[in-house]
Ligand binder design. Structure first.
Ligand SMILES: [Zn+2]
Length: 228
């Protein structure tokens, strides 16, 4: 029986943390400095946006993960992608620019995703509130059952975020493989030899949100335990 429990724990840990470890591994693996590339990720993003006549979309550095912000119409890249010359920097920049394209064209799946993410902010706030109440229920009520119920509520709320990101995966795939990949391939921003690496980075970029949401799931569970 303890053997089965151990296997179960390993499976759950793999399922929860595996995807984000894989995303990080792929980005790091292809993140080596490549002075032979024509420009940094930030420069490529600016160049592509200008070519697409999306001159009002800004490109900024962030420490909060690569993303496109539809509210500010801004592509934000991590320092190593904004200022770095690597296959990861170039592929991630092309991926985020693709979201700006989806937004400019008001593609239905992308617009639906904006709505869903807005809802997610509320899910997140609600989950954090429950999480703050959680330690008090343990202290005051001395009722593990109630605390467990609270924890269940938090995980359920955050589980919704995993589902929403999974549902919007087609939007991510479209950004990576219908938009970014043809641009990188057709315009020869990367050489033939670099394309397999670029494909892996584009795949990792597509799974970033699902992976992050999964990892948060267990983080919250861990936090809840510490707080009690
Ligand atoms: Zn994306």
């Amino acid at each position: 029986m303890p053997f089965l429990i151990a296997i179960g724990v390993i499976l759950i840990l793999g399922l929860v943390f595996g995807p984000s470890l894989w995303v990080r591994h792929v980005l790091k693996k292809h993140g080596a400095d490549r002075p032979d590339l024509p420009g940094t990720g930030g420069e490529l993003a600016r160049h592509l946006l200008d070519e697409l006549k999306l001159t009002d979309v800004r490109v900024e550095v962030t420490d909060k993960g690569d993303h496109y912000d539809p509210a500010d119409r801004t592509v934000r890249l991590l320092p190593q992608h904004h200022d770095g010359r690597s296959v990861s920097a170039v592929a991630v920049a092309a991926h985020e620019v693709s979201h700006a394209v989806q937004h400019a064209r008001e593609e239905p799946a992308f617009m639906r995703r904006i709505d869903m993410v807005k809802q997610l902010v509320w899910v997140h706030r609600l989950a954090m509130m429950v999480l703050l109440i959680l330690p008090w229920t343990g202290l005051w009520g001395h009722s593990p059952a109630l605390a467990l119920l609270n924890l269940g509520a938090v995980i359920a709320l955050l589980g919704i975020s995993v589902v929403v990101h999974a549902v919007t995966l087609p939007v991510e795939y479209d950004a990576s493989f219908n938009k970014a990949l043809p641009v990188l391939e057709g315009r020869r921003y990367l050489s033939e030899q670099d394309m397999p690496a670029a494909r892996s980075v584009l795949k990792a970029a597509a799974y970033t949100y699902v992976a992050a949401a999964l990892a948060t799931l267990l983080n919250i569970a861990r936090w809840a335990r510490i707080l009690r």
